[in-house]
Design a protein around this ligand. Structure first.
Ligand code: NDP
Length: 286
């Protein structure tokens, strides 16, 4: 019978264990707070009484913990011999460096880490378009492809264990900063008596950045920062208006002030007449 262990039953781990149960897997679960396993156990999962029992129950162990410190805390509860021969699909997010260190530490104990960066929230687990970045040994990923694909599709990035974490962090960097921009704009809207849902269609248009992402990427690659369509000096004037509108609305201005500060750094560095993309060079210097 197909079987897997899931360690860590936050919203993500619960969704993963649930997806395995729904696909007919024999699922062993362990969580620091045992009660989080109750519902899964009621659906047929086996509750491991210890981390050691969870690790040794199956060759494939899915880890879904807050961060790698949590992973260290969990694995410290089991004898290291319990790791030998295991494949740990580590879908815990953290830095590329932590991912590489953990993979090396596990390898010394006879275990293989597959680093994963899940690209969807828990309700997306088990849905057709969901993807996870993976890095680590390709043959091991291929050996476990059917089990991994119960959760999401596989976007394989390479052998370097840090790559999946790196791609995930870059994506999350873009996601959080863009989403915070959305929340900031909605705060200004609300402060001016515009309900969030009324502004929604306008937000959807402004935040449809695909054209810009695709327009700028080849120019960034080519190092072409010509100010033929946009100039940082225009960006500075524009962000000054945003900041003043924000402040006049009684809304915290720290986000537009931070953007304005970066734009001004671009001008100070001599790029006032160049495209916003020249900020990449300015940002990389810090
Ligand atoms: P949570 O932080 O809610 O839960 C993670 C689990 O970590 C819980 O089971 C918790 O145990 C456990 N844990 C935390 N600290 C310790 C510790 N010191 N010792 C033992 N166990 C510990 O995370 P999520 O379930 O939301 O996400 C899991 C991972 O997936 C994270 O790395 C997250 O970044 C990533 N992810 C999450 C997404 C999301 O939308 N939620 C989307 C994409 C990736 P306990 O129940 O006892 O507290």
């Amino acid at each position: 019978m197909k079987s897997v262990t899931v360690i860590g039953l936050g919203p993500m781990g619960q969704a993963m264990a649930g997806a395995y149960l729904g696909s007919g897997y024999e699922v062993t679960v362990w969580n620091r707070t045992p009660a989080r396993a109750d519902e899964l156990v009621a659906r047929g999962a086996r509750r491991a009484e210890s981390v050691e029992a969870a690790l040794t129950a199956n060759e494939l162990v899915v880890l879904s913990l807050t961060d790698y410190d949590a992973m260290d805390a969990v694995l410290a509860q089991a004898p290291e011999t319990a790791l030998a021969g295991r494949t740990l699909a580590n879908l815990t997010s953290d830095t590329p460096e932590r991912a590489r260190q953990a993979a090396a530490w596990l390898a010394e104990r006879g275990a293989v880490q597959l680093t994963g960066g899940v690209q969807v929230p828990p309700p997306g687990i088990g849905t057709p378009d969901a993807m996870t970045y993976y890095s680590g040994p390709k043959d091991v990923i291929e050996a476990h492809r059917p089990a991994l694909e119960v959760l999401t599709g596989i976007e394989y990035l390479g052998e370097d264990h840090g790559l999946a974490a790196l791609y995930y962090q870059i994506g999350i960097d873009m996601f959080w900063t863009a989403l915070t921009g959305y929340l900031h704009g909605q705060a200004v809207a609300e402060a001016n008596g515009i309900p969030a849902e009324d502004f929604l269609p306008h937000a959807v248009k402004f935040m449809d950045l695909r054209y810009f992402l695709e327009f700028y990427a080849p120019r960034i690659t080519a190092g072409n920062h010509e100010g033929d369509v946009d100039r940082i000096s225009m960006g500075v004037a524009s962000m000054e208006h945003v900041l003043r509108t924000t402040q006049a609305s009684g809304v915290d201005g720290s986000l537009p002030a931070a953007v304005l500060k970066i734009f001004r750094q671009g001008v100070t560095a001599g790029h006032g007449q160049n495209s916003l993309t020249s900020l990449i060079g300015v940002l990389k210097r810090h």
